[in-house]
Design a protein around this ligand. Structure first.
Ligand code: ATP
Ligand code: MG
Length: 716
């Protein structure tokens, strides 16, 4: 080192360098967004290898996503050259756990070539068990059991560890029994699920001290990014591995803990100093990512949370634009405006890869996808499927295709037994054989088939029932609007019931997607028009590579950064989500607010927030009130505008004769209440005046950024 600063440390500031050079002993880097935590962790990795403190294979480095691992590997490689062959223990908890388990599988009764089940396989297996045990699957859905088992595994609990209360959660106290049956079955299949990757290893560490000792010795250094979102099993696993050498460096931000719904515990980072006494604590306060305005807006917002450590953040970056809050009339206008703004940025030379739209819920992507396809703007959906590719959307499109086009065999095959009607693969085989023989479309052939005795009576009846439903829907399709038709099909096909019975975390999102599909269909006069549109959209999906705008959820955006960030749908019930509001607890709203903080701090140069005054659900317009988070943004750094010059006259359309439109205005300001009054009242409460409105909150504004080269934003 000779006083020369190696390249990987050249750009680092003093505290970052300290985090890199304090190689021995535990290190905690707890700092706000964009302060260079990940950058410092990457430099530390390079430093450890470059100075021969450890071989690449002797370092355990955990990132939150595979993408982050790839980037880190690339960056380290750039600094220390490819003399370093890959870093085998750099990856996500799952990928590292899977690799370890391969070596020790026999210790938990598996072979090293075990398969990892995906969620679908897992559900199928659980369903079998439920049926074997003659439990009513409708009453106790497999998804619920899967979610429960996941939760236990996230907490490091084996079937023997559950107490009575936890056990009660499924099938009147049979939770443990099913958990155990499931684990036994997995073993018999030489398989494990995602949760097992860590739980098995934890069990091995606990029971086989020689194995633990071997890894404790091997991993001279342990590095962990996004530590605030580790769950219990990950925490226990790391703690065991680090116990011997204690060279563990974790980085994170308590304000960015957003995965508690998946079992993450922010307490893990808060108690690090207790777990590892004598830990060096490095604080990073300079933000290198965002303009002063963006930083101040985000800092002011997160300040409304009570459960936080509190941090000071400052930046030397030149002043930029204020965070913009744009009120629009409705969803389509929101999508149109975002599209226009992006086209403007593009014409100014902004690369599309530096632009992101971050949404709270998956269903929100639809409006943007439709719009972008219409204007020919390339986009990618990260961490999820494009709207029209999602399973429940494809299912419903299949129904609609069969209605519109009875000969659409592919569509019919998709849904003849979805939701489950007891028509299995066997039945399909018979149907297909008959169709081939008679050279008729599958649906028509099935109808004929139902008059023979080739199928068992039950299957025959079910088929006839289904096909007559299609006849009915086909008739209706001439009479009602496409979106009304969809609603009918969702309800009458049993699909809605299936989703309602499904108590998993995803099922709400799936219902929301169907509501959104209905919304999309409102714009079309006939079913044919709509299906043609979808056909074109799907075609566009095969579009080229090249630069693309990113659309993703706020959750998936953690750790990333973009020049320009668009944040649509900041309305009560969308963000914060209705679920968080309904739960009503402080904890869930504070987690939503942390999510807002994560979202805003992804922006380097410009951040634009949108809220619509109206959203349409199944043809019904409902008024929305702006998110409480908008009110909480410090006014000095925010510029609000509304596109509704004639707003007042437009709301009037919603009034009924004998309501006094102004009766509740003063007593019903938006903000912390989620009260849902009549439409006009909420519209008024949303404060859509024609003039730009400041959202200043006295006493909360931070020092002016523009004036000074270095500015502190005291927070918390
Ligand atoms: P998050 O909390 O969002 O994960 P982070 O603390 O991990 O943020 P990084 O992503 O490491 O922050 O860094 C944010 C940006 O600042 C990156 O573009 C990075 O290259 C840059 N950066 C980090 N440290 C420095 C530095 N010392 N000098 C200049 N730029 C830096
Ligand atoms: Mg980071």
């Amino acid at each position: 080192e000779n006083g020369d600063v190696p390249a990987y440390a050249a750009m680092l500031n003093e505290p970052q360098r300290q985090a890199v050079l304090t190689t021995e002993g535990p290190v905690l880097m707890l700092a706000g967004a964009g302060t260079g935590k990940t950058a410092a962790l990457t430099a530390r990795l390079a430093h450890l290898i470059a100075t021969r403190r450890a071989w690449p294979s002797e370092i355990l480095c955990v990132t939150f996503t595979n993408k982050a691992a790839r980037e880190m590997r690339e960056r380290v490689g750039r600094h220390i050259g490819d003399a370093v062959e890959g870093m085998p223990w750099l990856g996500t908890f799952h990928s590292i756990g899977a690799k370890m388990l391969r070596r020790h599988a026999e210790l938990v009764g598996l072979k090293s070539n075990y398969t990892i089940l995906d969620t679908d396989d897992q559900l199928r297996l659980l369903k079998q068990l439920i049926r074997d045990q003659e439990l009513d699957e409708k009453r106790w859905p497999a998804r619920q059991l899967a979610a429960l088992i996941d939760r236990w595994k996230n907490r490091g609990l084996n079937p023997g560890d559950l107490d009575a209360v936890e056990n009660e959660a499924y099938a009147n106290g049979r939770g443990t029994q099913f958990y155990k049956l499931y684990q036994d079955r997995l073993k018999a299949l030489n398989a494990c699920d995602f949760g097992d990757l860590l739980l098995h290893m934890l069990n091995i560490f606990r029971q086989h001290h020689d194995v633990l000792a071997q890894y404790q010795k091997r991993f001279k250094y342990i590095l962990v990014d996004e530590y605030q979102d580790t769950n219990q099993v990950q925490y226990l696993w790391l703690r065991l591995l680090a116990q011997e050498r204690k060279n563990i460096c974790v980085v994170g931000d308590d304000d960015q803990s957003i995965y508690s719904w998946r079992g993450a515990e922010v307490a893990n980072i808060l108690k690090f100093e207790k777990d590892f006494p004598g830990a060096a604590v490095v604080k990073l306060e300079q933000n290198y990512r965002s303009t002063p305005q963006i930083l101040a807006a985000a800092s002011g917002l997160i300040n409304a949370n009570s459960e936080r450590l509190g941090k000071t953040l400052w930046t030397e970056l030149p002043a930029g634009e204020k965070v913009r809050v744009v009120g629009v009339w409705d969803g389509p206008e929101e999508a149109r405006r975002v599209g226009e703004a992006i086209e403007r940025l593009e014409s100014e030379g902004a690369p599309l890869d530096e632009i992101a739209i971050l949404v709270r819920a998956q269903y929100q992507t639809r409006e943007f996808e439709d719009r972008f396809i219409q204007i020919g703007l390339n986009y990618r959906i990260v961490g999820g499927f494009r709207f029209y590719e999602r399973a429940e959307i494809r299912d419903m499109l299949a129904y609609l295709r069969v209605i519109s086009q009875p000969a659409d065999d592919l569509a019919f095959e998709r849904i003849y037994n979805q939701p489950k009607r007891g028509l299995g693969a066997k039945t399909l085989e018979v149907m297909q054989r008959h169709a081939r023989r008679t050279q008729a479309p599958l649906a028509a052939a099935s109808l004929e088939l139902a008059e023979t005795d080739e199928l068992p009576a039950r299957a025959r009846n079910t088929l006839v029932g289904l096909l007559s439903q299609f006849v009915h829907w086909r008739e209706q399709s001439e009479k009602v609007t496409p979106s009304e038709l969809l609603r009918m099909v969702v309800a009458e096909s049993g699909y809605e019931e299936m989703l309602q019975k499904d108590r998993s975390a995803e099922s709400a999102g799936r219902s929301e997607n169907l509501t959104e599909l209905a919304r999309a269909m409102e714009d079309y006069e006939t079913l044919g028009d709509f299906l043609e549109h979808v056909g074109l959209v799907m075609d566009n999906d095969r579009a080229n590579d090249g630069e693309k705008v990113t659309i993703m959820t706020m959750h998936a955006a953690k750790g990333l950064e973009f020049d320009h960030v668009f944040l649509p749908g900041w309305e009560e019930g969308v963000f914060p989500s209705q679920r968080a509001i309904d739960e009503g607890g402080l904890a869930s709203l504070e987690e939503e607010r942390r999510l807002a903080y994560v979202a805003i701090t992804r922006a380097k140069r410009r951040c634009t927030i949108y809220h619509a005054a109206n959203r349409r659900i199944y043809g019904q317009w409902t008024s929305s009130i702006p998110s409480r988070f908008i009110e909480e943004l410090p006014g000095d750094y925010v510029e609000s505008e509304t596109t509704m010059s004639g707003g007042a006259s437009l709301w009037r359309a919603n009034w009924t004769e004998n309501e006094d439109p102004f009766a509740h205005v003063s007593s019903n300001r938006p903000g912390r209440s989620s009260a849902r009054g009549p439409g006009w009242q909420r519209a008024l409460a949303s404060g859509y005046d024609a003039t730009p409105k400041r959202l200043a909150e006295p006493g909360k504004s931070a020092a002016s950024f523009a004036a000074k080269p270095r500015t502190d934003v005291a927070v918390g």
